[in-house]
Design a protein. Structure first.
Length: 134
């Protein structure tokens, strides 16, 4: 099974993806993540990411578990703190406009609202500000 062009899963149909990072907001509420998986609190993973191991059985997610809970005899694929999303994600971003939400949130979630907010926030922009946001 090829997971991505640069990652090949172990040769079995059941294995564990280890050392993964999952966006907390995308986990199903039925997963007891607050009890079994601790959100990462220290930078650079302070954006509500969860460290977890994921069991794959016959091409489906069978379990989400805390790090280092994989059985010793299991086939594993260590993704080295890589992010896992439930589906394709458009990671289109403008690095020059990123990380401004805390000081200049989009008031209505529209494109026009975003444009107005960026114009309003632009007076804060400097080389140092941009460096810290990127």
């Amino acid at each position: 099974m090829v997971i991505a062009p640069f990652i090949t899963a172990p040769g079995s149909d059941s294995f564990w993806i280890t050392n993964a990072r999952l966006p907390l907001a995308l986990l199903d509420e039925t997963v007891a993540y607050r009890d079994i998986i601790a959100p990462l609190a220290a930078p650079p993973f302070a954006e509500d990411l969860v460290a977890a191991d994921i069991e794959i059985r016959h091409g489906n997610i069978a379990a989400i578990a805390p790090l280092n809970s994989v059985p010793a005899d299991a086939s594993t694929l260590d993704i080295a703190k890589g992010l896992i999303f439930p589906c394709f994600v458009d990671v289109h971003t403008h690095l020059d406009k990123g990380q401004t939400w805390n000081r200049a949130p989009n008031p209505d979630g529209t494109f026009d609202g975003a444009l107005k907010t960026v114009r309003t926030d632009a007076h804060n922009w400097s080389a140092e500000d941009l460096y810290h946001r990127m």
